[in-house]
Design a binder for this molecule. Structure first.
Ligand SMILES: Cc1cc2nc3c(=O)[nH]c(=O)nc-3n(C[C@H](O)[C@H](O)[C@H](O)COP(=O)(O)OP(=O)(O)OC[C@H]3O[C@@H](n4cnc5c(N)ncnc54)[C@H](O)[C@@H]3O)c2cc1C
Length: 384
């Protein structure tokens, strides 16, 4: 068992750390306060090849693995959650799905423009009456010659206003539950496809979130990604997405800890820095232990997923732990900041709001716990 990153991974982390700290951190509050999409950051990610991190080199990407994507997302999320969230949706979810399931033609058409940042991607699954209950999806795609005609609507779609490529889950045949569900790529300029006005949310405010609507939207048949009847396989592949989601939580937790540590050494009360008080020290110690435990769970899950070892249980455990841990750690960090932590001037106020998203997206914490329990009851828990 080796807990060291490779030299190449160390270089990647150092490069991303320096980028995020010097360029992303100073503007992180701007995207949040103005509810503005961080285009300069996205352009920078594209220039450095990070938007195409998980895309194979033959399609213009960097061809890096799942753990590398996790490392990049984690280190950006420490400083700018919005930028890290956009990256994980584009790279961890959408490009991975197209690469995993798409035909050669589809990969050639979409992956290079996604790697270069010319086209951003969004993932459209949730519907008004089908959030966790994916088997209840109503958006319907039926074949008409060389086109699928799609009708229905999707809500809570992140990056909807900026994206050009939508990976859409829909019902392709009349089979009930998840058996009829498949996936297709829809381009923004498709006739019959529209994006509604932005919704407003608690955190993750630098990204748009909106409903997307399909009214007899005509999508070429060749855009099919996953045929109905392959839901299980599709969900296995989306495990990697959960690693990206967990990396967002882990990154915010580390960022919140760093803020707390710094503040506790600067803030003087009773004639001493508050870091001198045992009550604060124990909070810092507890936070660090929790963060490190999450990191180990996540790196193991990502490594298993990358090597195609069993990872359903590991990924669900890592996501659950990191999501809940990050909410708790961010809360503790705010407490260490006292009243100042509640104010906009300090980044912890933003982190405290942003960190609620990962526990809801990518399969809620409760859905992960259902998955974990199901795996345990099947005897699928490998001890190391
Ligand atoms: C900021 C943000 C960004 C998002 N971005 C996207 C996106 O880009 N694309 C997209 O498709 N969706 C996106 N979503 C939607 C997200 O994936 C859903 O909110 C999530 O799947 C939960 O669905 P729901 O909101 O309908 O809650 P519900 O499924 O109605 O759940 C409500 C509560 O019940 C619990 N629950 C439900 N079923 C069970 C069960 N069987 N056992 C135990 N508890 C259960 C849930 O955990 C939750 O606590 C986003 C959401 C947010 C908040």
């Amino acid at each position: 068992m080796d807990f060291k990153l490779t030299e190449e991974q160390r270089h990647l982390v150092d490069m991303v750390d320096s980028l995020a700290e010097k360029e992303f951190r100073p503007l992180a509050s701007r995207w949040d306060e103005n509810e503005e999409f961080p285009w300069p950051n996205v352009k920078k990610l594209a220039e450095l090849g990070l938007l195409g991190l998980s895309i194979p080199e033959e399609y213009g990407g960097a061809g890096r693995g799942i753990l590398d994507t996790v490392l990049v997302v984690e280190h950006i999320a420490q400083h700018c959650f919005n930028t890290a969230g956009i990256l994980t949706l584009h790279c961890g979810t959408c490009s991975r799905a197209i690469n995993h399931f798409g035909s050669e033609e589809l990969k050639k058409r979409f992956l290079p423009v996604m790697a270069s940042g010319e086209r951003l991607a969004a993932y459209a699954q949730t519907e008004p009456n089908a959030g966790s209950d994916v088997g209840n999806l109503k958006t319907r795609a039926h074949l008409d010659g060389d086109y699928y005609i799609i009708n229905g609507s999707k809500i809570f779609i992140s990056n909807a206003h900026e994206a050009h490529i939508f990976v859409v889950m829909a019902r392709f045949d009349d089979a009930s539950g998840t058996r009829g569900v498949g996936a297709i790529v829809v381009e923004r300029d498709t006739p019959g496809f529209s994006v509604s006005k932005k919704d407003h949310k608690l955190g993750f405010k630098g990204t748009s979130i909106a409903e997307v609507v399909f009214e007899d939207a005509r999508v070429p048949k060749r855009n099919i990604l996953v045929e109905a009847g392959n839901f299980g396989k599709m969900m296995q592949a989306f495990n990697a997405e959960r690693c990206g989601n967990a990396a967002l939580s882990l990154g915010v937790a580390q960022g919140a800890f760093n803020e707390a540590l710094r503040y506790s050494e600067e803030r003087i009360q009773f004639g001493k820095p508050i870091s001198a008080f045992q009550g604060i020290r124990w909070m810092l110690a507890d936070m660090a232990v929790q963060i490190e435990a999450g990191r180990l769970l996540l790196y193991r899950a990502a490594t298993n997923a990358e090597h195609e070892l069993p990872n359903l249980l590991e990924t669900a455990m890592a996501k659950t732990f990191c999501n809940e841990m990050a909410i708790a750690v961010t809360n503790q960090s705010l407490q260490i900041h006292g009243g100042y932590g509640y104010m906009r001037e300090y980044p912890i106020e933003r982190m405290y709001r942003d960190v609620r998203f990962p526990a809801l997206g990518g399969g809620t914490v409760q859905i992960q716990k259902n998955l974990i329990a199901a795996e345990l009851l099947k005897g699928n828990w490998t001890h190391y």
